[in-house]
Design a protein around this ligand. Structure first.
Ligand SMILES: *[C@@H]1O[C@H](CO)[C@@H](O)[C@H](O)[C@H]1NC(C)=O
Ligand SMILES: *[C@@H]1O[C@H](CO)[C@@H](O)[C@H](O)[C@H]1NC(C)=O
Ligand SMILES: *[C@@H]1O[C@H](CO)[C@@H](O)[C@H](O)[C@H]1NC(C)=O
Ligand SMILES: *[C@@H]1O[C@H](CO)[C@@H](O)[C@H](O)[C@H]1NC(C)=O
Ligand SMILES: *[C@@H]1O[C@H](CO)[C@@H](O)[C@H](O)[C@H]1NC(C)=O
Ligand SMILES: *[C@@H]1O[C@H](CO)[C@@H](O)[C@H](O)[C@H]1NC(C)=O
Ligand SMILES: *[C@@H]1O[C@H](CO)[C@@H](O)[C@H](O)[C@H]1NC(C)=O
Ligand SMILES: *[C@@H]1O[C@H](CO)[C@@H](O)[C@H](O)[C@H]1NC(C)=O
Length: 300
């Protein structure tokens, strides 16, 4: 009978001893601060004497709990917000990637000591792999953390991204960041994705709309989307059946005084170091006129 009473007393005592984390797995962003909100309990008749926070560290092939007070990198950045009664909150500032991991609180009363379960701190960082791609390459977005994150979500230039893996297109270039679902205010730093591609959307603008009369002046201007920007332009003219002539280079094809032979279909070819692409054909028609008009405009 004596033994039974002793056991019950022991069980009650264990139930009275506890450490509770408000959020056992906080997630924070690199550079920000995190507060481990924590409370601890022990029987009223005891008195807390000693408290400490520990971090799990892998040393010589083994996980060890090291007191934060013994880790130099925490000395400036961690602050015990709790007390020697029931509050064991801890703040860590200026979070770095390697702050992610497992944390423990331990307290000792005049009779016993007790350690908390682990609290896993996840640090989110945006990982865009690789950061510079060519159109057609595969891009993987990851939310980096040393303990696995629950569901993460991605944003590109502020808009949600539907898939974390995709084949890069020109329009995928932008700034990406990740967040933990349900904690969207915890946003990691943005990472810039640079997508390189050969010229697209090559177009020709004609300075002088409509029919051209002999002697008038006209400029054709080529534009294109390309990354890196197009660095060379070649102009072609095709007349009739098969012959294609190279008629110029440079972004603007300047025809200061056209004659009938300038009629034809013009194409601009835009090029960067990744490749080339052609505009659609643009038709120029030069007609004779009996007016006295003469093109006075000159190209420089
Ligand atoms: C603590 O902060 C001071 C001033 O900011 C700095 O000079 C010192 O190196 C820091 N110590 C550690 C251990 O990080
Ligand atoms: C513990 O103390 C911190 C800092 O003073 C406070 O923000 C927090 O609310 C307290 N927690 C509890 C459970 O009382
Ligand atoms: C942090 O990592 C732990 C341990 O893997 C995981 O259980 C928890 O869900 C993560 N927290 C968040 C907010 O994702
Ligand atoms: C995304 O790509 C990574 C690495 O290539 C791969 O491990 C993962 O399974 C892919 N995820 C999806 C959803 O395709
Ligand atoms: C090319 O043109 C299409 C249609 O106008 C447009 O949606 C796309 O964004 C353009 N591409 C680039 C890289 O500018
Ligand atoms: C040329 O540009 C068009 C759109 O302007 C694009 O669909 C096509 O893939 C491009 N071709 C090459 C070889 O880049
Ligand atoms: C063509 O471009 C030149 C400069 O490159 C300019 O001086 C001239 O006025 C332009 N002509 C027309 C018809 O726009
Ligand atoms: C662009 O046009 C030139 C001249 O006709 C031709 O040689 C070249 O193959 C064309 N390039 C593309 C990508 O269609």
């Amino acid at each position: 009978e004596f033994f039974l009473i002793f056991t019950l007393d022991g069980l009650l005592q264990v139930a009275d001893w506890s450490v509770t984390f408000e959020n056992p797995n906080p997630c924070a962003v690199k550079g920000s601060s995190v507060e481990f909100r924590c409370s601890y309990n022990y029987p009223d008749r005891e008195i807390a004497r000693k408290i400490a926070w520990y971090k799990g560290q892998f040393i010589d092939g083994d996980w060890k709990r090291i007191a934060l007070s013994d880790i130099p990198s925490y000395q400036n950045r961690s602050e015990y917000l709790g007390d020697l009664q029931h509050n064991c909150s801890l703040e860590i500032q200026d979070l770095q990637d390697d702050d992610a991991g497992y944390y423990y609180f331990r307290f000792d009363t005049d009779k016993y000591g007790r350690r908390s379960k682990e609290s896993c701190l996840n640090i989110t960082i945006s990982v865009v792999n690789p950061k510079r791609v060519r159109a057609g390459d595969t891009v993987t977005l990851e939310c980096g953390a040393s303990c696995p994150l629950s569901t993460t979500v991605w944003f590109k230039d502020g808009h949600p991204v539907s898939k974390p893996n995709f084949t890069a297109q020109a329009e995928d270039a932008g700034n990406y960041f990740c967040a933990v679902e349900g904690q969207e205010s915890v946003q990691s730093d943005p990472v810039t994705l640079d997508v390189q591609y050969s010229p697209l959307n090559v177009s020709v603008e004609v300075s002088h709309a409509g029919l051209l009369t002999v002697g008038s002046s006209v400029n054709l201007t080529c534009s294109s989307a390309a990354n890196p920007a197009a660095d060379s332009y070649t102009w072609y003219r095709s007349t009739g059946s098969s012959s294609v002539l190279q008629v110029g280079s440079g972004q603007v094809l300047c025809l200061p005084s056209v004659d009938l032979s300038h009629s034809g279909l013009y194409i601009c070819q835009s090029r960067n170091r990744l490749g080339e692409n052609n505009s659609t054909q643009v038709l120029l028609t030069v007609t004779e006129t009996d007016s006295e008009y003469e093109g006075k405009l000159k190209c420089t």
